[in-house]
Design a protein. Structure first.
Lengths: 160, 282
């Protein structure tokens, strides 16, 4: 088993059955976890913000930070490993929110909305999700099986 | 209340904050020449060797070897030196894990440093100059957790029950234990003879309307870090964010997103310092 850590604003894809992709402590950030069961290609993106237009120059250097630049790259990278994008299973994790006095901040919600929109534009439906609320989540994807585990402090681990 | 008495006595057991650093802050406040400040720092051998270690680390990538604090000032600049002094003095309190908050060793320190970095990013975006008082308040805002941790751990189920019932984590701490980590932090800061603004900011970082301008900024910085999940543990998202403060600071939604991005970049840049500070090797 090889643990491959996906940092904030990064993505990884793999078709090595030994690999487990993991990303730690998603607050309002969102992990897009994809898996294609026939070729056993999987990928994970940990994005932070919905829209790259806040800084286009930086987005070119760190495309994984934003939903609109990160998700297409994740999908392309899966395709390059032989995945059939039509058979891709997509799961969303994260997008938590603080209790807030107004909806002014709401980064988690905006991140989730952006992810859903971009996935939909790519003809992809979300198979499962573990999102929202006031919790921070750690998520892992087992490449051999496609099993996705979510860990929440104080609540333990669950499969989605 | 028994728990409360125990908490208060635990505060007294904490090692005092290095006097040299308080002296450095005082001199900064007086705008003393930096040469004088470096001389004060050099009185503390531990701090000096720490500064030299960091100054000579790959993070700065300097070609020549730095062998005195005076030299470090010249090569790193005053702002960096001051930050290193404060970080070096503070990190010793954050060395253990804090299971009560579900934080592994080093995570509370990361959260604290990230908050200090956020304060830099915030001031920059507000076109205000770097402010060491804010940096310090942000760095030490959660110092109360090092004392309250074991009590939170013991009363964990009681606290969680209240949090699930709609209280913020801080409110639940107060209800169950009779005191919360912010108030304890304020008491620690007082005991360490910190300047008033820092005491206030630490004490009110969860109730920014009760505090002064520093408390408000630290509240915002703390939320930005928690939102990115940096050392957020179990408790940090169970927080009521006074997002009106953003508007009062004249930040629009786009500014806030850009600020999160600035913070992310600063944080990425300092990853190598974290491992050194936590003794994971360089």
């Amino acid at each position: 088993m090889k643990l491959k850590v996906v940092g904030i604003g990064e993505f990884q894809t793999s078709n090595d059955p030994e690999d487990i992709l993991v990303t730690y402590s998603l607050g309002s950030c969102v992990a897009v976890v994809v898996y294609e069961p026939f070729t056993r290609v999987g990928g994970m993106l940990h994005f932070m913000l919905p829209d790259s237009e806040i800084n286009l120059e930086k987005a070119r250097k760190k495309p994984g930070v934003f939903a609109d630049t990160g998700i297409p790259l994740l999908l392309q990278s899966c395709k390059a490993l032989g995945a059939d994008l039509k058979k891709l299973q997509v799961k969303l994790v994260g997008g938590a929110e603080l209790l807030s006095s107004s909806d002014f901040f709401m980064i988690g919600k905006r991140n989730l909305t952006a992810a859903r929109k971009i996935l939909w534009q790519n003809g992809l439906l979300i198979k499962a999700q573990e999102v929202g609320g006031q919790v921070n989540r750690t998520v892992s994807l087992e490449i051999a099986t496609g099993k996705v585990l979510v860990k929440i402090p104080g609540e333990g681990v669950k499969e989605i | 209340m028994k728990a409360l008495e125990q908490v208060l006595s635990r505060i007294k057991e904490l090692p005092p904050f290095p006097l040299v650093v308080l002296k450095v802050w005082e001199l900064i406040g007086k705008e003393a020449p930096f040469k004088e400040i470096a001389q004060v720092v050099e009185l503390d051998e531990g701090l000096t060797s720490e500064i030299l270690k960091i100054a000579n680390s790959p993070f700065f990538g300097l070609k020549r070897k730095i062998s005195s604090v005076q030299e470090a000032v010249v090569y790193l600049g005053e702002k960096y030196l001051l930050e290193i002094v404060t970080r070096s003095a503070s990190k010793r309190y954050y060395q253990s894990a804090h299971e009560g908050y579900e934080l592994q060793r080093g995570e509370l320190w990361k959260h604290s440093v990230a908050c200090a970095l956020a304060s830099e990013a915030l001031n920059k975006r507000l076109n205000q100059k770097s402010d060491h008082v804010l940096f310090t308040a942000a760095l030490l805002h959660d110092i109360g957790k090092i004392v309250l941790n074991s009590f939170v751990k013991e009363a964990f189920h009681e606290i969680i029950k209240r949090v699930k019932g709609g209280l913020t984590f801080v409110e639940a701490e107060r209800e169950v234990l009779g005191i919360d980590h912010a108030e304890i932090g304020g008491q620690i800061a007082k005991r360490w003879n910190f300047p008033e603004e820092i005491i206030d900011a630490i004490q009110y970082h969860h109730e920014p309307r009760k505090g002064g301008p520093y408390a408000r900024k630290v509240h915002v910085c703390n939320v930005l870090c928690s939102s990115l999940g940096i050392g957020a543990g179990l408790d940090e998202l169970y927080e009521r964010f006074d997002s009106e403060l953003l508007k009062e600071l004249s930040l629009n939604r786009r500014d806030v997103m850009a600020l999160l991005f600035d913070l992310y970049q600063l944080y990425e840049k300092t990853q190598s310092l974290f491992s050194m500070e936590m003794g994971y090797g360089v």
